[in-house]
Ligand binder design. Structure first.
Ligand SMILES: [Zn+2]
Length: 154
């Protein structure tokens, strides 16, 4: 058994036993060492985005004082949901190790696979209304950013 995945499982169990959230844990590793560890805290904080992967990324970025985690890897006890996957892309992490897959978590009521389908346009009923308004005015912000002399790209 992989020691980092074992750490992700231990973290998940810790959160589950304290009713912090679902049975999900994540570990971020750099140079063979654990940088951060987190578990799902949706129930503890009432934050629907408090998934283990997102929290592990936030902690690692804070510890490393860097928003770019391209030299890190993430171990997560379950396949990342679309939100966490996007957060992983934003963090520039290059490798994800996951334990259970989205079908496994759907069986216990965490239906990430539905969000995957919605994003791919494979669901008939989208519960989210998405409306594009005031593009021109919002575009002004992008122009201001482009012209900002002290901007830092990420
Ligand atoms: Zn997630």
């Amino acid at each position: 058994m992989d020691k980092f995945m074992q750490a992700a499982i231990d973290e998940a169990r810790e959160g589950m036993e304290h009713n912090h959230g679902g049975p999900f844990g994540a570990i971020i590793v750099r140079d063979g060492k654990i940088v951060s560890r987190s578990h799902n805290e949706v129930l503890l904080t009432n934050d629907p985005t408090a998934h283990a992967e997102v929290l592990a990324i936030r902690k690692a970025s804070e510890i490393l004082e860097n928003f770019d985690l391209s030299d890190c890897e993430i171990y997560t006890s379950s396949q990342p949901c679309p939100m966490c996957l996007a957060a992983i892309y934003w963090s520039r992490i290059k490798k994800v190790y996951f334990g259970t897959n989205k079908e496994d978590v759907a069986v216990i009521g965490f239906d990430d696979s539905r969000f995957y389908k919605l994003i791919r346009g494979e669901e008939d009923k989208n519960p989210l209304e998405i409306v594009n308004i005031d593009r021109k005015e919002c575009l002004g912000l992008l122009r201001e950013w482009e012209e900002k002399s002290d901007k830092k790209m990420y």
